[in-house]
Design a protein around this ligand. Structure first.
Ligand SMILES: C[S@@+](CC[C@H](N)C(=O)[O-])C[C@H]1O[C@@H](n2cnc3c(N)ncnc32)[C@H](O)[C@@H]1O
Length: 279
């Protein structure tokens, strides 16, 4: 299995431009699955600042999942300490805010521009990351009432999600995110593996749920095939092409997608498509 560590050294380090394209209300109070979450950067962003109730990141590579748990703590460590109802004396702390307060923070965040984030109380980059290097990460607070707020609203699992279930699948999700993972699933599992992946996404989505899909383009498959003889062998037998995916997904029952744009640069300039499972 060929995977991607240090992926985010090639990706932007602040708000991911792919998330910026999505409707602001998409994640609000949603349960979200991030397939191929890598080191959990996007997963943590969705959990921290997009108002999601629960976010599950899954990746086939256990090393990446261990890094994702660390990422959660790093993200928590740079976040502005929350003010509790008793902090009029400037006793800001990293204690969990009340569920009500955090909900206000999250919703305000969704509606405001970046400049107003500070005012809402949610400032993801309040402490410089050098603090963690100098003093270590801040401890994760005990789970309290606010387990639908970051950092308690995010979990990670190691699994080949195409072939194995994870515990949260059974409850279903409101949003499934699959950014830049279809090429790897396609090259490792062939056309059959890709079709299984699409069917699984459809099955785990709740009615009315959204599938946010960023497929890699066919041109990019060649580079991956050069990296590994097995991928080359499977790749040479593929019949399906990324340009067929829309037809396959709509035939499966998804609505016609909203094409939200092609952000990114160079090899990362890929379509972001939003499919809906009918109500
Ligand atoms: C190119 S990275 C994309 C990371 C992230 N989604 C993003 O776009 O920022 C692809 C990730 O998918 C993971 N992956 C590949 N096949 C998978 C599978 N069958 N199940 C779960 N994760 C998989 C890889 O380990 C890798 O971390």
């Amino acid at each position: 299995m060929t995977t991607n560590s240090s992926y985010y050294s090639k990706r932007p380090t602040t708000e991911d431009f792919r998330l910026e394209l999505l409707p602001p209300s998409l994640f609000r109070d949603a349960s979200v699955l991030d397939i191929g979450c890598n080191e959990g950067w996007i997963t943590c962003q969705i959990a921290q600042s997009k108002g999601a109730r629960k976010v599950v990141g899954v990746d086939i590579d256990d090393t990446l999942i261990r890094d994702a748990w660390k990422r959660r703590r790093t993200v928590w460590s740079t976040q502005k300490p929350s003010r509790t109802s008793t902090d009029d004396k400037d006793t800001a702390s990293h204690d969990e805010p009340s569920r009500k307060k955090r909900k206000v923070e999250r919703n305000t965040d969704l509606e405001n521009t970046d400049g107003e984030l500070e005012e809402s109380g949610l400032d993801p980059e309040y402490f410089p990351s050098s603090c963690e290097h100098m003093f270590g990460p801040l401890p994760i607070p005990p789970k309290g009432a606010a387990d639908t707020a970051f950092p308690h609203n995010v979990v990670f699992h190691t699994a080949d999600w195409v072939t194995s279930d994870i515990p949260e699948d059974i409850e279903g999700y409101d949003v499934v995110v699959a950014f830049s993972v279809s090429k790897w699933i396609h090259l490792n599992g062939g056309d059959e593996g890709l079709m299984r992946f699409f069917r699984r996404v459809y099955a785990v989505l709740n009615r009315g749920g959204a599938f946010v899909f960023e497929p890699q383009e066919w041109d990019g498959y060649h580079k991956a095939k050069r990296m590994d003889p097995l991928l080359k062998e499977i790749g040479n037998r593929l019949q399906l092409r990324p340009e067929n995916f829309e037809r396959i997904l709509t035939k499966m029952g998804f609505s016609s997608p909203e094409h939200l744009g092609r952000p990114g640069e160079g090899g990362f300039k890929r379509p972001i498509d939003l499919y809906r499972k009918p109500l």
